[in-house]
Design a protein around this ligand. Structure first.
Ligand code: NAP
Length: 249
């Protein structure tokens, strides 16, 4: 991969898919800005690279000023930005009738508006570098999602943003999305469901996935990194790539 020496900002880098992306980029000798709310988790992701090849930047990206601050910190530290990975996400499942309105707003803030603010803040640097954006969306953005309608809607909106910005920002900046199917991450510990509901959900997901298993964070990070790599994906923009064990086939 030709990611060596390049600089990438990864949101949600303290766990799950974001941690796998940050670690793969560090293995490729890239410089990585790890963003999330929990400093300890970010430092664990960065490991020995913290303070040298990696910058740990705790921030709540649902706050536009903190999102812009994360981009500023990346530029101050590394002098440029070659890629932005909008991976942080929030999922609250359950019937709409029972939903907490604050959760609905928070899903739109984290899953849609935070990427918008981060892309805006990063744009001058991405243009200067000829860089790219990868949005970590979901198969929930293309499938009907009963009992998780607003989560699905936030990801459908992210897909739309990806396609429109790919055209708006071409030819200088590429914009793509990866759409994971079910992936084994801490997201399942924080869905707002009872443990037996989570167990049932996980069984249903495996059953509806042709390849018959949950994905791993590395199954997703390899595609994110491929899309960031101009040698592998220099002629790819506006793509919504399902990495989902066949769930949307
Ligand atoms: N796992 C799946 O089955 C699956 C399927 C399809 C799509 N996805 C998508 O994949 C992405 C990564 O999720 P994951 O599965 O890896 O789950 P995860 O481990 O729960 O990761 C979510 C990350 O987002 C960060 N985050 C949440 N709110 C934030 C905020 N306001 N500011 C900054 N960071 C915030 C969290 O860090 P802090 O709590 O430290 O802030 C956490 O590290 C999400 O966009 C999710 O929608 C996951």
């Amino acid at each position: 991969m030709s990611l060596h020496g390049k600089t990438f900002l990864v949101t949600g880098a303290g766990s799950g898919i974001g941690r796998a992306v940050a670690r793969q980029l560090l293995r490729e000798d890239a410089r990585v800005v790890l963003v999330g709310r929990r400093a300890t988790a970010l430092r664990e992701s960065a490991g020995a690279a913290a303070d040298q090849q990696a910058l740990v930047h705790p921030a709540d990206i649902a706050r536009p000023v903190e999102a812009a601050g994360a981009v500023r910190a990346a530029l101050n530290r590394f002098g440029g930005l070659d890629g932005l990975v909008n991976n942080a996400g929030l999922a609250r499942f359950g019937p709409l009738a029972d939903a907490d309105p604050n959760d609905l707003t928070a899903m739109l803030d984290v899953n849609l508006l935070a990427p918008v603010h981060l892309i805006r803040a990063a744009l001058p640097a991405l243009r200067a570098a000829g860089g790219s954006v990868v949005n970590v969306s979901s198969v929930g953005g293309v499938l009907a999602m009963p009992r998780r309608a607003v989560y699905g809607a936030s990801k459908a909106a992210l897909n739309s943003l990806t396609r429109s910005l790919a055209r708006e920002l071409a030819p200088r900046v590429r914009v793509n999305a990866v759409l994971p199917g079910p992936v084994d991450t801490p997201m399942y510990d924080d869905l707002g469901l009872a443990p037996q509901q989570v167990a049932q959900l996980r069984d249903d997901m495996v059953e509806s996935t042709p390849l018959g298993r949950f994905g791993t964070p590395d199954d997703i990070s390899s595609w994110v990194c491929r899309l960031l790599d101009p040698e592998a994906a220099g002629w790819v923009t506006g793509a919504l790539i399902p990495v989902d064990g066949g769930r949307t086939s």
